[in-house]
Each structure stands twice: as structure tokens, then as C-alpha cells.
Design a protein around this ligand. Structure first.
Ligand code: SAM
Length: 219
């Protein structure tokens, strides 16, 4: 079990301050970032890097997202403590831990088996209880739908129709969409049974969302 020392808390406070300066305003999101020890997701040799505002390799060619990206996506979700949330791309489990600080009702799905298993072990070690799944999240997680919020943490070529179908009316999907080099962050709100409203934000760079409604894994 890792320890969360005074020096780590200090570095985290610095990170939160930095995120405020970059424009993150949702106090629930900032408190969540302040509460989750990001260095728990890093090897001991890289602890200093945990509180820099950077993405970092987690193995299997994947990354733990940059803290600003995690904060920005979580803020766009307008998360409430009663929300049922689906995260696509568990990765290290960090974003999931941030979500769990705000609502206990989190479903998370990961395509890569070794990462899925590693994240499950992490959650068990710290007594965390998200609902974890292994599979192709580009199709959502229909067996537990609908969701109030869906967050996609990998870059999609188009908005997967399955995800739109799995949103409650009033629900929000946050997803980066674009080509392999850069993606626009989109927030899509289901305003009625048949209507959706789309807002477009800054450009980001994510690893690809693979699968049936994502990029071809062999491409
Ligand atoms: N949220 C993660 C975290 O906090 O560490 C970062 C995720 S990483 C940027 C993107 C993740 O999406 C990778 O772990 C990748 O394996 C996963 N992924 C890619 N395509 C997927 C799919 N179709 N379904 C589920 N996960 C997928």
C-alpha cells in the first residue's frame, strides 16, 4: 500500500492551484483532484512526475490522462452526487477515482485485458467499488444503461450512436472526436427522447478509441 505523505498533499495542492489558473472552476472537481493521490498510479521512481500537468505512460501503449484533461472533462459532465456515470477507457483507474469522489455510482469499461486486471487490483487494494467491466466500450455498456453521464477517455473517429442511445433524457456525453492526431472535445446533451444538443470545446490529443464504433484495432 502506498502512503500519502504531507509532501504529496502539498504537490497536489500546487496542482489544484495550477488547474484553477488554467480555468477549472467547479469546486467539486477541484476537491476531487485534491483528494485522489495521483502518485498511487505511478511507479515509485516517477512520483515527482505524478503532480506535473502531463499525461504519462501506464504500459500497453496507453496513458494516464493529463490532470487538466481529467479536470476539464469532469467539469463538462456537470456531475452531481446522484448521477449514474459510465466511463469508457478505465486505463490506470485515476479518472474513475476522481468520478468516485463525486458520485458512488460509477461504471467503467476497459478494452485492454492487462490494464483492466491491473485497475481492478488497484480498486480492490484501496477498497474502492466502481463497477468494472472488460470489453468494447465504443458500444457503451447496454446491460446497465441508461446513464446520466458518459465520459469517453479515448479519441473517437465519430460519436458512437450506441452511446447516444444509452443516455437518459437530460443526460450528458463528453467525448473527444477527430482524427488520430487531434480531437475536439464535445459535450452532447440529450434534450428530449429524439433531440441532442452539441457544444464544441478545445482540441486535445488522446490515444484512439478502438472497437466496433471506434477505430479499427488493426488499422
Ligand atoms: N481514464 C484513464 C485513466 O484515468 O488512466 C485514461 C485512459 S487512456 C487515455 C485510454 C484508455 O481507453 C486506454 O486504457 C485504452 O485501452 C482504452 N480504450 C481504447 N478503446 C477502448 C474501447 N473500445 N473500450 C474501452 N476502453 C478502450
Amino acid at each position: 500500500m502506498e502512503t500519502d505523505l504531507y509532501k504529496h498533499k502539498g504537490m497536489r495542492r500546487g496542482l489544484v492551484q495550477h488547474l484553477r489558473q488554467k480555468g477549472i472552476r467547479d469546486e467539486r472537481v477541484l476537491a476531487a483532484i485534491d483528494a485522489v493521490p495521483r502518485h498511487f498510479f505511478f511507479d515509485k521512481a516517477f512520483v515527482e512526475q505524478a503532480y506535473q500537468d502531463k499525461a504519462f505512460p501506464i504500459g500497453e501503449g496507453q496513458t494516464i490522462s493529463q490532470p487538466y484533461t481529467v479536470a476539464f472533462q469532469t467539469e463538462l459532465l456537470r456531475l452531481r452526487p446522484t448521477d449514474k456515470v459510465l466511463e469508457i477507457g478505465t486505463g490506470s483507474g485515476y479518472q474513475c477515482c476522481v468520478l468516485l469522489q463525486i458520485t458512488p455510482n460509477v461504471y467503467t469499461i476497459e478494452y485492454n485485458k492487462p490494464l483492466y486486471e491491473k485497475a481492478r487490483r488497484f480498486f480492490a487494494r484501496y477498497g474502492l467499488k466502481p463497477n468494472t467491466f472488460h470489453g468494447d466500450g465504443s458500444e457503451g455498456l447496454p446491460m446497465h444503461a441508461p446513464y446520466d453521464k458518459i465520459i469517453v477517455t479515448a479519441g473517437a473517429p465519430v460519436v458512437p450512436r450506441s452511446l447516444l442511445k444509452q443516455l437518459n433524457v437530460g443526460g450528458i456525453l463528453v467525448i473527444p472526436v477527430g482524427d488520430e492526431s487531434t480531437q475536439k472535445m464535445l459535450r452532447i446533451t440529450r434534450t428530449t427522447e429524439t433531440e441532442f444538443e452539441q457544444e464544441s470545446f478545445d482540441d486535445f490529443k488522446f490515444v484512439p478509441l478502438l472497437g466496433r464504433e471506434g477505430w479499427d484495432a488493426g488499422a
